[in-house]
Write a protein that binds this ligand. Structure first.
Ligand code: PXG
Length: 458
């Protein structure tokens, strides 16, 4: 087939570089994810390069990255070690299967990851995204109980407002109505805890809110309703991101853990956004000192540069599968790209970068300055709550009457087009999750800009 858009000269590199830096002639074919396609294509926001704390837009403006891409570029952009590792790897081993075959990198990476993971999470299953990590963890939970002769434990418990990606498992345990209501009956046998957002009692808390620990007792109620013998696992984001940053009340996660232990229920932490330093430790489980039986990750694992996810699994769960004849496949699950060479190379170089630059510690060091500065916006117009932990921040606005989300969306587009600042909005919540290489000057600029834009936005 002749394709008139294919490069004709020997210079393929130039051809693709040119395509990647200019406004496309036609934007119709790409059906954009989680986007208002028609509105976006009428007034696009395109990024063409990135370095450190900044993006460059197609119209050649330098944009300060307040969101770490989409909560994923924790070490900032264009990091030399990562670039070199990926470039070398693609020229050495572009792909190798990991089903009944292997290559060295995922073994090396899993070893490195298990060293920074909290006990007892000593095993790692690789996926390609947060959604796949979540569905993998839910499947492992079900298969684990079955392997131990408790196959009647099939029920999965999520929470209201939770985001666990977009697979059928993830949207079933998830708690965002728009992500669920269009897609039929979802997984059977799922129930939900209440969410922990309580602006009336906790508005403008710094760090963890004081009120709401008692919401963990919802799990006891579900145990009474369904019986513990039917419940496989509870999945929780230690800090919920997509719903607009919802923090766990003091003592809440500890109490959920106690109830899980009492009833033999597995506790899965979904750390797709909290993993890899976002809250000042490798994982939120360590920051909050709560044991998880599995942790799902993605995003910061490779600094966002090659798609990859990882599920951290406890020794006990893993070992429950390692019985029976040795020629039998223990878990009928996996992806063509589980442990992909490029992703592994990116992840290893990312971990080196985090370590060399002590970025997790840096997030903790900056946390109080971040908190102080974001809470300085308390008296800006329409601000009803400000929430923060680690280098995560959220500013919740009162919705415009009859037009939920419109006010925050205006703030978002003004920041991008007029102030060269990238933020993220969800509903009327402005969410911030900058690269952990951020400096005080950048923090000042983000919040001065936001204060200014909020004052100009009715
Ligand atoms: N779990 C959690 C907790 C997440 O935050 C996923 C799973 C799914 O990951 P993948 O890689 O399949 O997208 C996520 C993703 C936002 C935003 O702006 C957050 C995510 C994705 C896109 C936007 O809050 N989180």
């Amino acid at each position: 087939m002749h394709d008139e858009h294919a490069p004709s000269s020997a210079s393929y590199g130039d051809h693709y570089a040119h395509q990647a830096t200019r406004l496309p002639d036609n934007m119709d074919a790409f059906w954009m994810p989680f986007s208002a396609n028609r509105q976006f294509k009428a007034s696009p926001r395109l990024l063409v390069s990135a370095e450190g704390m900044y993006y460059r837009s197609v119209d050649d403006r330098q944009i300060l990255d307040g969101t770490g891409g989409l909560w994923c570029c924790n070490a900032g952009h264009a990091r030399p070690r990562i670039i070199e590792a990926v470039q070398r790897q693609i020229a050495t081993l572009d792909y190798a299967p990991t089903f009944q075959m292997g290559h060295p990198l995922p073994f090396a990476l899993a070893e490195r990851l298990s060293a920074i993971a909290p006990d007892p999470l000593k095993h790692v299953f690789f996926t390609n995204s947060g959604s796949e990590s979540v569905d993998t963890a839910l499947k492992i939970a079900l298969a684990y109980h079955r392997a131990r002769g408790e196959g009647q434990r099939t029920r999965l418990i999520g929470r209201e407002k939770a985001y666990h990606g977009v697979g059928f498992g993830g949207i079933s345990v998830g708690g965002l109505p728009n992500n669920r209501k269009f897609f039929g009956s979802l997984l059977p046998g799922v129930d939900h805890l209440r969410h922990t957002l309580d602006i009336q009692r906790n508005a403008f808390s710094r760090g963890l809110p004081a009120h709401g620990r008692e919401l963990a007792e919802d799990l006891e109620r579900l145990v009474l309703l369904h019986d513990a013998s039917t419940i496989a696992a509870v999945i929780i984001e230690p800090v919920a991101g997509s719903a607009g940053v919802v923090l766990p009340p003091e003592g809440y996660l500890q109490r959920v853990r106690e109830i899980c232990d009492k009833h033999g229920i597995l506790l899965i932490f979904d750390e797709v956004i909290t993993g890899f330093g976002r809250v000042g430790k490798a994982f939120a489980a360590q920051r909050f000192d709560v044991r998880a039986d599995m942790i799902t990750t993605a995003k910061g694992l490779t600094n966002g540069c090659v798609p990859m996810g990882a599920v951290f699994v406890s020794e006990q769960i893993h070992d429950a599968f390692m019985h029976g004849p040795e020629n039998i496949i223990e878990l009928f699950h996996g992806y063509t790209y589980s442990g992909h060479p490029l992703a592994c190379a990116a992840a290893l170089a990312t971990l080196d970068t985090y370590q060399e630059e002590k970025l997790f510690e840096k997030a903790i060091e900056l946390e109080s300055y971040w908190a102080e500065t974001i809470h300085g916006l308390r008296d800006c117009p329409n601000v009803v709550d400000i929430r923060n932990i680690g280098l995560i921040g959220a500013i919740e606005l009162a919705p415009r009457p009859g037009a939920p989300g419109a006010r925050a969306y205006d703030v978002f587009t003004r920041c991008f087009h007029e102030e060269n600042l990238l933020i993220r909005v969800t509903g009327d919540v402005i969410a911030l999750s900058p690269p952990l290489i951020i400096e005080r000057d950048h923090i000042d600029r983000i919040f001065h800009t936001l204060a200014d834009v909020l004052k100009r936005t009715a």
